[in-house]
Design a binder for this molecule. Sequence first.
Ligand SMILES: [Zn+2]
Ligand SMILES: [Zn+2]
Length: 121
Amino acid sequence: MLHLGFCSVCGTGARALRSCGGCGAIVVQCDECDAVWTSAKVTAAPLFLKQPDLPCPHCAAPLATPPSHWATAEEASAAPWVADAVASGAITLSSGHPFGDNSPPSDSAASEAWNKVDLSE
Ligand SMILES: [Zn+2]
Ligand SMILES: [Zn+2]
């Protein structure tokens, strides 16, 4: 996943870019507490969408379930607000998860499993 670092709400999750399966919008969603921001202004108060579906603030499609998914780098760079925020230095995107070791394991079997986990997100 692509993330903006730790969530300011719960302090333990990653604020990651989520691609809506309904409208294709990119939002920022914490993978722990599900706080959502619809712009790069993550210092603003987040939205807390209705559990468990997390209806998209733009189209009401469920963000929690497929085809919604963690945004790819291509999807993120295609979203104007993300591209602008990265270009202006407002946000810095990192890949992987802010916890633990995100590097692929060295042996091939474990590496393959790691890639499958990565793709399933
Ligand atoms: Zn959070
Ligand atoms: Zn949507």
